[in-house]
Design a protein around this ligand. Structure first.
Ligand code: XMP
Length: 488
């Protein structure tokens, strides 16, 4: 199952190669599939993952990545509560089913109900028998409230459609059945109730239509957007994992700088003991031995990259590292397609993404390329002299990121451990780039073109061909040919 690394990859990375154009067979670029996988259980329509960094992935970034067919990994440099809240926010948004619909008790006045629906920007509200009972009493929609005002101090039960007259669905109703029922009965909201009449969810026409418009979005079996979250290997990681699983996280990324280590093995054993079903991505490693080690301890995907990242100083400070395309190829030769590989860090141009995938990765994690966007956490800074707008991007072990995370953390052990470790990351300012969707669309377009030059109709088809014998397809560059290719 293991095969030797082709010696031509030693010491080489993205800018050392071009791809030899093949006979094109793809028709319209729009039809070129980029389908891949993060892990065997998590498919991707766009093979991109946003990095678990505090200047890259919060709820907004993760939501957009999933809507576009990729996935975001929410960073962990914050309290458990804060991270869980972000993951829960992604899981709640744009799903077919609102799992915890807002509700008011039947004694609420019309005035209070109006204020509540306005505050939450909703067009109707479920009414329960008594506060906290969860038993469906009725539905109060905007249409039920007198639009000219009046009756403001009367209870909502005088206006709502009572449960006895409502169309409801079973909690496990599928989206197609729900849609048919809603059309037949001409309703826009379908409360889901169990045999005891308790509220178990809500399906709205608006959410169904929204998800129709995003056919490639990355959703779980319940129609909720998929999202990942980073955890550590020590301290509160078990507690953090329990809470993240409780709100429906799809994949956990055990994110440590040196993943080929006893610390990683112990963390995976501890996690497996308590959460046998959890999807555990492990990293980072940069060698064949590291990849085989992570496969053997049961990683669901292997994150590859020691020091290529834009915010990293690891190679400068410690000399540890492997050129990124070599590292990806080594990892693939070690595990082949038994465990998917995530190429993490060092992507500067869109072509790097294609090369990573063609040489063995199944997905590519991006940090700096997605930073500086509206969805990246942090503020836009405007230079008063030049008017240039920028955002901060920083390595997670940069002094700035470490201090901010600690500020949020009253765990003395974590504070001490972090202060003990010299910085291996740095902070840089990135020009403000606008919505991340534009970047994802650009990458999607370039990847489709690359597939077309690769002589296939889908990424999977080209990858399968190239990964088996990459040297047939790759052209090594001299300094002169590199200058001809990239100097503009
Ligand atoms: P790019 O190049 O996409 O890289 O910005 C993102 C990846 O960089 C890694 N990372 C770090 N590596 N010290 C490091 O050695 C750090 O402080 C640091 N912060 C992030 C990480 O793998 C990320 O996904």
């Amino acid at each position: 199952m293991t095969r030797p690394l082709e010696p031509e990859f030693v010491g080489r990375t993205y800018d050392d190669w071009l791809f030899r154009p093949q006979h094109g067979v793809a028709g319209s670029r729009r039809d070129v599939s980029l389908r891949s996988r993060l892990t065997s259980r998590v498919p991707l329509e766009l093979p991109l993952v946003s990095a678990n960094m505090d200047s890259v992935t919060g709820a907004g970034m993760a939501k957009t990545l999933a809507l576009e067919g990729g996935i975001g990994i929410v960073h962990r440099a914050m309290t458990i509560e804060a991270q869980v809240e972000k993951v829960a926010r992604v899981k709640r948004s744009h799903g077919h089913v609102v799992e915890q619909p807002l509700r008011l008790p039947r004694g609420t006045t019309l005035r209070e109900a109006r204020a509540y629906t306005r505050q939450h920007n909703i067009t109707g509200i479920l009414i329960e028998e008594s506060r906290g009972s969860g038993v469906l009493a009725g539905l109060l929609s905007n249409r039920d409230m007198p639009w000219a005002g009046g009756g403001e101090d009367r209870p909502v039960e005088a206006f709502m459609t009572p449960a006895s007259k409502l169309v409801t669905g079973r909690p496990d109703i599928g989206v197609e059945d729900a849609e048919r029922l809603m059309f037949e009965r001409r309703i826009e909201k379908l409360p889901l109730v169990d045999a005891e009449g308790r509220i178990r969810g809500l399906i709205t026409k608006k959410d169904i239509i929204l998800s129709r418009h995003q056919p490639h979005s990355n959703r779980d079996a319940k129609g909720r957007l998929r999202v990942g979250a980073a955890i550590g290997a020590r301290g509160d990681f078990l507690e953090r994992t329990a809470e993240l699983i409780r709100v429906g996280v799809d994949v956990l990324v055990i994110d440590i700088a040196h993943g080929h280590s006893d610390v990683m093995r112990q963390a995976v054993e501890a996690l497996r003991g308590r959460f046998s079903e959890a999807e555990l991505v492990c990293g980072n490693v940069g060698t064949a031995e590291g990849a085989a080690f992570l496969r053997d301890i049961g990683a669901a995907a292997i994150k590859v990259g020691i020091g290529p990242g834009r915010g990293c100083r690891t190679r400068l400070e410690t000399a540890a590292g492997v050129p990124q395309l070599q590292a990806i190829r080594e990892a693939w030769c070690a595990v082949q397609d038994t465990v998917p590989i995530i190429a993490d860090g060092g992507v500067r141009d869109d072509k790097d993404i294609f090369l990573a995938l063609a040489c063995g990765a199944s997905s590519v994690m991006l940090g700096s390329m997605l930073s500086g966007t509206d969805e990246a956490p942090g503020h836009v800074i405007e230079d008063p002299a030049t008017g240039q707008k920028r955002k901060i991007y920083r390595g997670m072990t940069s002094p700035q990121a470490v201090f901010e995370a600690l500020y949020d953390d009253d765990n003395a052990e974590a504070v001490e451990a972090a202060l003990d470790q010299p910085a291996e990351g740095q902070e840089v300012q990135i020009p403000y780039k606008g919505p991340v969707r534009d970047i994802l669309h650009r990458i999607r377009g370039h990847l489709r073109s690359a597939v077309s030059y690769g002589g296939g109709e889908s990424l999977a088809e080209v990858r399968q061909k190239v990964v088996a014998e990459p040297l047939r397809y790759l052209v090594p560059l001299s300094d002169a040919s590199r200058a001809e290719s990239y100097d503009r």
